[in-house]
Design a protein around this ligand. Structure first.
Ligand code: FAD
Length: 480
């Protein structure tokens, strides 16, 4: 980056909890910043699922720099152990934060970042690449478009608007696009805003994560007074152990309770469910629909149903950064270094080793995806992780490398770490900074560097770790 560009602001894309925290850290450090939020207000995604009660209490949901700014304006923290809904999170924390003078002056709402590139050069040009500022194409609230320049980009645009489709293959099921008006994604508000669409209907819920659990529990509550409502649940998994979660062993009690409550509803027989159901096709059946699983000798059909709720997770929208040089995990589409630490094929604990700007960096210097987008398709992101990410990135952009490297993070575990040992080893093995130099007797760069100091190594040479490293080290995991 040439000296002239260092006066440009850092662009933050997205004003969710993590984007706002990024802006708070940058403002606190005196780094010029501009935050673009596509919604009419900040936290548009959180507001969309505002009826959902979070499973992490307030103590985990606020960022230190953000609360310091808020406190200057008389803000009182909500009780640390209380569980907010998404609406509470917005009303009691994110909205007041965005309205502080320090942040209000740097936030533009109704501003959707359509593309991010380097100004005047495309992805192919290497020479002097870092000397070109970032160029962001903005679609603004007045219907106009413009290009803004930035010295660095913190992409906190989330994944919520890019919901996974119904098909088990990751592509839209046959009929899914045709019948889109009867299909909802994410967590529709079946007890409130969207009640009319579900009352008295036959509803199929597809998916096995927390969102599915929330929808099923809300539908079950609706069914207590609405005896015509029928609930069917299709899960790709072979059993419900992971779906039900760690119960009492979950360090976040509300997250454990979510699974427990769902288990009770399943055991009560109040819903029909199908395990190992890999959706392939949605077809009309009179005024309703039937859903068929992947073709096989005995492929099953669910329905007829009137409405379908698809809760199969989200994925990052990578089109915005198509002209940037990104290094992504091949299947999670997270930052590559994060992949082995958060891969649901390997572990499901909800914990992740502390990580900061180094692990989030891409070949495109100055671009960082943070927040839930940094996890790509991995499902275990917690806000607290994002707050530590942006603290480190902001410190780095402010030139405070000591603070940027001093990453700390303690996350509550889910209590379903069936592969705890593997996860731990994978975390060690995965932290290796890339393959070891060919002439080094080491399993990775960190190991080689540690051995060069005379120490025994980073630990990934231990026999058990080696076995895991063969699967996970340096992002070179293999299919299970
Ligand atoms: C139902 C639900 C419950 C959850 N419960 C918890 C919980 O209890 N505890 C916890 O720690 N985590 C929880 N999470 C996970 C996660 O912490 C949240 O999703 C959190 O909102 C992620 O914050 P974020 O800032 O990364 O992304 P988001 O909150 O998704 O914010 C992204 C923002 O970017 C904006 N945006 C998107 N595209 C653009 C663009 N092109 N240009 C400009 N702006 C754009 C969006 O409008 C949005 O405001 C939950 C998630 C969901 C979906």
């Amino acid at each position: 980056m040439s000296a002239g560009h260092s006066a440009l602001p850092v662009a933050v894309v997205g004003g969710g909890p993590v984007g706002l925290a990024a802006a708070a850290h940058l403002v606190t450090r005196g780094v010029p910043v501009k935050l673009y939020e596509a919604g009419e207000t900040v936290a548009a995604n959180v507001r969309d699922w505002g009826h959902v009660r979070l499973f992490s209490p307030w103590g985990f949901n606020t960022d230190a720099a953000a609360t310091a700014i808020l406190r200057e304006h008389g803000w009182q923290a909500p009780p640390a152990t209380a569980l907010p809904t998404g609406h509470d999170l917005y009303a009691a924390y994110l909205q007041p934060l965005a309205e502080t003078p320090a942040l209000r002056s740097v936030i533009e709402t109704g501003a959707r970042v359509r593309n991010v590139s380097r100004d005047g050069i495309d992805k192919v040009v290497s020479r002097g690449r870092g000397d070109y500022p970032f160029a962001l194409t903005i679609d603004d609230a007045n219907g106009g478009s413009r290009v803004d320049l930035a010295r660095a980009v913190i992409d906190a645009s989330g994944t919520w608007s890019n919901q996974n489709p119904a098909s088990a293959s990751g592509t839209p099921a046959i009929g899914e696009i045709t019948f889109a008006d009867r299909i909802a994604y994410g967590v529709p508000d079946v007890l409130g805003r969207d009640r009319d669409a579900y009352a008295g209907r036959r509803v199929l819920v597809i998916g096995g994560g927390h969102s599915a659990a929330n929808v099923l529990l809300d539908l079950a509550r609706l069914a207590e007074t609405d005896h015509r409502l029928q609930i069917i649940w299709a899960v790709r998994a072979a059993n419900l152990a992971r779906v039900f979660g760690g119960g009492d062993a979950d360090k976040l009690a509300a997250r454990g309770k979510l699974g427990d409550d769902l288990r009770k509803i399943v055991e009560s027989g109040r819903l029909q469910f199908a395990l190992r159901f890999a959706v392939e096709k949605i077809e009309r059946a009179g005024d309703a629909f039937v859903v068929t699983e992947r073709a096989g000798s005995n492929s099953r059909t669910l329905g007829p149903v009137d409405r379908i709720v698809v809760c199969t997770g989200q994925r990052p929208d990578l089109s915005m950064t198509r002209e940037l040089r990104l290094d992504l995990d091949p299947w999670l589409e997270s930052a590559r270094t994060l992949g082995p630490m958060i891969d649901p094929n390997l572990h499901s604990c909800g914990s992740v080793p502390p990580h900061g700007y180094k692990q989030l960096a891409h070949p495109e210097r100055g671009y960082f995806a943070v927040g839930i987008k940094s996890y790509g398709r991995a499902p275990t992101f917690l806000m607290a992780t994002g707050y530590e990410q942006v603290r480190s990135v902001a410190a780095h952009l402010a030139g405070d490398e000591a603070a940027a490297n001093d990453v700390r993070l303690v996350l509550p575990e889910t209590g379903v770490c069936s592969t705890n040992v593997v996860a731990e080893l994978a975390a060690n093995a995965g932290c290796c900074g890339g393959p070891a130099p060919a002439d080094a007797d080491a399993c990775c760069v960190d190991d080689a560097e540690t051995k060069a100091t005379g120490a025994a190594g980073c630990g990934c040479s231990a026999p058990e770790a080696k076995a895991v490293a063969a699967q996970t080290c340096c992002g070179s995991r293999v299919d299970a």
